[in-house]
Write a protein that binds this ligand. Sequence first.
Ligand SMILES: [Zn+2]
Ligand SMILES: [Zn+2]
Length: 218
Amino acid sequence: MAKAKAPRRTLESYTVKSINKTIKPGDCVLMRPSDPSKSSYVAKIEGIESDARGVNVKVRVRWYYRPEESIGGRRQFHGSKEVFLSDHYDLQSADTIEGKCMVHSFKSYTKLDAVGNDDFFCRFEYNSSTGAFNPDRVAVYCKCEMPYNPDDLMVQCEGCSDWFHPTCINMTVEEAKRLDHFFCENCSTEGQKKLQNSHTTARHSDTKVFPFTEVIFK
Ligand SMILES: [Zn+2]
Ligand SMILES: [Zn+2]
């Protein structure tokens, strides 16, 4: 005869004693990987449950994948703190939670004054069985036509408003930081005539798009 499944209790929140932090659904957390040489897993808490006695606490999580864990692997334009919201759910022991973290939108991440250890950003959802990304198109910049990697400094052309990597325009990062004005090759003759304010901060616009999946899986 089948054993009756022990009733589970849903918890509103739970304090992880080892880190003395209270977690609740919606929080993002770092979880200890089974292989200690790997980086901590990043997950979003979907629910918390315990057994009838209130012990054996488990969290229902939705995993964030790091670029190197995705089918396409890590690409040059992936930020060091980039994660993808996957469609992969799990039930994990709450004891494997190592800390809380923040997964920012791409926009708010680029506006952070300082990026801490616990700051991540997410601009794509990821289908863990097909390797597909949503959105499957993303803006690209510079002569190299790459999506924006927020770890890299870019300079904006005052003529066409495109953004450029210093190395792609034969400049060092130091030189780029010292620039008062910048015009790309295409705009340089026109541009010198009408000098305006320069921008050396990393920002992005939504001018050009390309099929992201095509680039990843070609
Ligand atoms: Zn470039
Ligand atoms: Zn230009």
